[in-house]
Every structure is written in C-alpha cells, then in structure tokens.
Design a protein around this ligand. Structure first.
Ligand SMILES: C[S@@+](CC[C@H](N)C(=O)[O-])C[C@H]1O[C@@H](n2cnc3c(N)ncnc32)[C@H](O)[C@@H]1O
Length: 204
C-alpha cells in the first residue's frame, strides 16, 4: 500500500509531536520498554534520539518497503524491520492509523501475531481508529479541523489513496477479534483527531 507522503508538512509535524507527547505523558510506555511501531509509515517519532527517548528501544515495521527505506535514513539509531520474525519480543506495540487498511480476517490473525511478539504483561495501543466512513469523516473534518481537511482533500485526490481499501472497525468488533489473547480498556485520550478513537489491549 502506498501512503501519502507529507513529511515536510508543518501541520503534520505538529500533530505527530502532539501524539508522541500524549504517549509520553500517558505513562503507558515505561523507560525500560522496547516498543514496536507497527505500520510505522514514514515515522512519527522525533528523529533526534537524545531529546525524545522515553523508552528503551524502538523497532519500526511497515509492509511498504519504500517507507522502510525512508525510515532507515530518518532513524539510523533505531531498528528498522523488514519482517516480524519470531525472535522479536517487545513490551509495547503501537499501531497508529493503520487498522482501517486491514480487513477483519487479517486483523484477527494480527492480534495472534501481536500476542506472540509481546512479552508477558505487554500491551498493544491502537490509536487513530476512524469512527466514521471516509467520506463522512471528510465532511465532518471541514467543520472541526480545516488544516486536516486540506490534507484529506489532497489524499482523496490521489488515485492510489482512493483505491486503497478502507475498513471501519467498531470498538465491539475489536474486542471480539482480540478476546482470545487480550483484555482491553478504553484508552486515555491519545487522539488528536476528534473523529478517531483509541483502545488499549493487555496480553492475557
Ligand atoms: C496512514 S499510514 C500511518 C503511518 C504511521 N503509523 C503514522 O501514524 O503516520 C498507514 C500505514 O500502515 C501500513 N500498513 C497497512 N497495512 C499494513 C500491514 N498489514 N502490515 C504492515 N503495515 C501496514 C501502510 O503501509 C502505511 O504505511
């Protein structure tokens, strides 16, 4: 899947910083934790390691090779993964703005995969989950956040983005798909976008 690259956009930089700051202050990630950013895209983390680290180590994975190549240059001090092999074990898996591109069957399998990657007491933080269909959200964003509306307009004008499948996953569906391996709680509010929500899962 091709993602819409806006790495120079100042507004996106600001919202990414806010999100990372929300994560930092949430206390969900501890200083000794290893973190996997699943579906990392071109990276929302600060590229200056020294100023931004509130975890032990960071692993970035995406199915899109182009994004991984971008991240290798942006984050030479972190671990960029071409695949999720059985040797990887982390405390936290962070999944931001990704599950709307994954269908229900694959998502159920993904929860199993996450459980195998997580250490005991590990958590999955899934954030930026759309509450509404893409077109309804687009309309609502016009009123709630005009900067974001402009970005979504550029996305919708991009043919490759329009062709991407987009799946709405309700809170109840996520609970059902994850229940074999996880308990859940509604997350502290991490989301910058009021049309999105987040859920915290704890490994059973
Ligand atoms: C909208 S971007 C979000 C990127 C990043 N997490 C962020 O918040 O900016 C969605 C990303 O999910 C990745 N993705 C979608 N399905 C995936 C899958 N099954 N496995 C890994 N990455 C996936 C895409 O390649 C893309 O980079």
């Amino acid at each position: 899947m091709h993602i819409f690259k806006e790495h120079k956009n100042e507004y996106i930089k600001t919202i990414n910083q806010k999100l990372i700051n929300n994560l930092r202050t949430s206390g969900l990630i501890k200083k000794n934790d290893d973190v996997l950013d699943f579906g990392c895209g071109i990276g929302i983390w600060d590229s200056e390691k020294s100023t931004s680290v509130f975890f032990h180590d960071l692993y970035l994975y995406d199915e899109n090779i182009e994004n991984l190549e971008f991240c290798k240059k942006k984050y030479p001090h972190y671990n960029i993964l071409n695949n999720l092999n059985d040797n990887l074990h982390v405390n936290v898996i962070f999944v931001n703005s990704v599950i709307q591109y994954i269908n229900t069957n694959d998502l159920e399998k993904l929860f199993d995969k996450f459980a195998s990657i997580l250490k005991n007491d590990g958590i999955v933080i899934i954030s930026d989950i759309p509450k509404y269909s893409r077109i309804l959200e687009y309309g609502l964003t016009f009123f709630s956040n005009f900067n974001l509306f402009k970005i979504q307009t550029r996305q919708l004008l991009s043919k490759s983005y329009r062709k991407t499948h987009y799946y709405l996953h309700s809170f109840d569906e996520l609970i059902m798909l994850s229940q074999k391996k996880f308990t859940y709680s509604k997350n502290k509010n991490l989301d910058i976008n009021s049309n999105r929500y987040s859920v915290l899962f704890k490994k059973k």
